[in-house]
Design a binder for this molecule. Structure first.
Ligand code: PMP
Length: 465
């Protein structure tokens, strides 16, 4: 398909990342999977009431040999003004080496037409291979994939598939601000679970669950961002993940593993397996719903993510998609699969390695500037994935009083020419905090230094120095 330079197998020429590939979990042979009726008590009323689309459900039958379909109101692709499509990209290990890729005509035809709700055939097939390879879970063992318009789309639909109005839900404290309105619009009680430099605090989770009033409905879901968390930048440690899985079994909840920064891991220790991997390695699988995104590794504007998890929950998500937006853009999928097919899995991992190393150097630049300008004025833990620093402003000398970064960041810092997010934005129950979230993805070294120099001036003034 492509004139792409040959990608040499991992490690052979020293170009491709060894860490990522050597950490691939074994693909399971057979694992114990929760039965389909297990999810009956988990699905929301909305999901149970939504009927499958009578037309989309029949789409696969159109491929039956010998069948003439009078089914769908599909426009005729012959009338579409896109005869062919090609684009230029860089070699995954050497972006400066440019190649031109052409979208295969049959793939383009599929991409220009209405397609299956879960995604176009070659793309979904590629994603199954990726998940098997990265997470060691074999296709056909109780899980499925659906392509969505970014992972946000999948998270929104998953929450609606599982959570009823006014249900309690478990969220990390602080939590990705993008899920707060989803839970708020359902009037959920967001029960905040403490986190620290090791990620979610399993002890805090345990004590919340063990002291849960027996008369009160228990939370059905826990939402967590395990790699390079947004906003804290922290990555959940292995023992924490294992404890969370154990708690999910003891207290009967589903783990929503939102992992858009998985491929942006740049730590030196081996990669920690995903919840999706770990649940299968440690017992019965079926309590993890995993969200992946191409936003941080291919492009945010292509709006492509995918959700991986139990068939029954995925069917509910697909039903939602079929009534809300029919499908994620098949055109975009056709472009993405052309690139991914040309790269192959090793090439893809080489690319994500390059991207993660890019963010590692951005992290280093930001941290050096933090040390230079905010030494003694802020505290932080260095992130090993993602694109965020979460730092605590030391607004006075009394360390027993945390203080509140909101006014300083929203007003004074802005007036002094620097924009950041006060930590309170990530606390759904409105608590104040001295923490601030700063993104290090875009800025050059001189801009980082200038931003933190300006912040220093504002903090010193606040401290009366
Ligand atoms: N989850 C988290 C934790 C995020 O940080 C983001 C992007 N800000 C998303 C989900 C949404 O990503 P996408 O572009 O794939 O919808």
């Amino acid at each position: 398909m492509a004139n792409l330079p040959q990608v040499v197998p991992n490690g052979v020429d020293g170009i491709l990342p060894e860490v990522q590939d050597s950490q691939q979990p074994e693909v399971s042979s057979t694992i114990k999977v929760l039965p389909s009726n297990f999810y009956d008590s988990f699905l929301s009323t909305e999901a149970k009431e939504r009927k499958p689309s009578p037309i989309r459900g029949l789409f696969p039958l159109e491929k039956t040999p010998g069948v003439i379909s009078l089914l769908a109101g599909k426009p005729n692709t012959a009338t579409f003004p896109f005869a062919s499509l090609q684009f230029t990209t860089g070699h995954p290990s050497d972006p400066a080496q440019q190649v031109t890729l052409k979208v295969d005509d049959a793939v383009l035809a599929e991409g220009l037409q209405y397609a299956a709700t879960d995604g176009i055939t070659p793309f979904v097939a590629w994603l199954y291979g990726l998940q098997e390879r990265q997470h060691g879970r074999k296709k056909g063992e109780g899980w499925r994939i659906s392509v969505t318009s970014g992972s946000q789309d999948a998270i929104y639909k998953a929450v609606h598939a599982l959570v009823n109005h006014e249900d309690p839900v478990l969220v990390e404290k602080p939590v990705y601000a993008g899920v707060i309105p989803i839970f708020e619009s359902l009037h959920c009680e967001m029960v905040e679970v403490e986190t620290d430099a090791q990620g979610i605090d399993a002890q805090s989770l345990r004590s919340i669950l063990e002291s849960w009033p027996s008369s009160k409905l228990k939370p059905k879901v826990l939402y967590t961002v395990p790699y390079g968390c947004n906003p804290t930048g922290m990555t959940a440690a292995l023992d924490r993940r294992l404890e969370v899985i154990e708690l999910s079994r003891q207290h009967d909840f589903i783990i929503l593993e939102d992992d858009p920064y998985y491929y942006l891991y740049f730590g030196s220790a081996p990669r920690i397996p995903s919840y999706f991997t770990l649940e299968a390695q440690t017992g019965v699988a079926g309590r993890v719903l995993r969200f992946d995104s191409f936003s941080k590794i291919l492009s945010a504007g292509i709006r492509i993510g995918f959700v991986t998890g139990p068939d029954k929950i995925l069917a509910a998500i697909d039903s939602h998609t079929a009534s809300a937006n029919l499908q994620a853009s098949s055109f975009t999928q056709s472009v993405v699969v052309t690139l991914l097919d040309a790269w192959g899995y090793d090439g893809f991992l080489a690319h994500t390695h390059t991207v993660s190393q890019f963010y590692r150097s951005k992290r280093d630049v930001f941290e050096a500037a933090l040390r230079r300008h905010l030494d003694g004025l802020a505290e932080w833990v260095s992130p090993e994935a993602g694109m965020f620093f979460w730092f605590k402003l030391l607004l006075n000398d009394d360390t027993s009083v945390e203080g509140d970064s909101a006014h300083l960041i929203q007003t004074k810092a802005y007036e002094n020419g620097v924009l950041a997010l006060p930590g309170t934005v990530f606390l759904p129950n409105g608590a104040s905090t001295a923490y601030v979230r700063a993104s290090f993805s875009l800025l050059e070294e001189d801009e980082v230094n200038e931003a933190l120099r300006r912040l220093r001036v504002v903090i010193l003034k606040e401290r009366g120095q």
